[in-house]
Structures are given as structure tokens and as C-alpha cells.
Ligand binder design. Structure first.
Ligand SMILES: [Zn+2]
Length: 82
């Protein structure tokens, strides 16, 4: 995990966003403004990559939606024993 993403996760934990698990490695993030973004993750060579639908995500930045979904993804993965 990159430092950028970890910083983004730290910021995202202070924002009340809803993350819905859509199956696989796909999540729907709903912001307090009711904006909805789909975030997808994949793991390549042991490194996790995520893409968000928002403008920052399209520019391959670690946006807060990605960070929030990543925190949930980590929880789900660890509970599955991966
Ligand atoms: Zn985003």
C-alpha cells in the first residue's frame, strides 16, 4: 500500500461516508452529499490497486472514496483470512 493511500485512509476515517459491498472487490461509496461512486480493487503482484469513478479517481489519485472503500476492503479480506 502506498503512503498516499494510507494518508487518504487516515483522512477518510473522519468523514461519514457509507460503503456498500457489491460483491467481488467492488464497493459503492455514498457521500454525505448523496453522491455515489463505484470503487473497484484488484491485486497485482501482491499490491492492491483501486479505481474510483470520481474525477480524482480518474486521474489515478487516492481519493477519499477510494480510501474509505479500501478500509472496508481490508476488513473484509482480513476476516476471510487472506
Ligand atoms: Zn473518488
Amino acid at each position: 500500500m502506498t503512503t498516499n493511500l494510507q494518508n487518504a485512509i487516515a483522512r477518510a476515517t473522519k468523514i461519514k461516508m457509507t460503503v456498500k459491498y457489491l460483491g467481488g472487490r467492488t464497493y459503492l461509496v455514498i457521500t454525505p452529499e448523496a453522491h455515489r461512486y463505484v470503487v473497484r480493487f484488484e491485486t497485482i503482484d501482491g499490491q492492491r490497486f483501486g479505481r474510483c469513478q470520481c474525477k480524482a479517481g480518474a486521474a489515478r489519485m487516492a481519493c477519499k472514496h477510494l480510501a474509505k472503500a479500501a478500509a472496508v476492503d481490508t476488513g473484509i479480506r482480513s476476516s476471510q483470512g487472506h
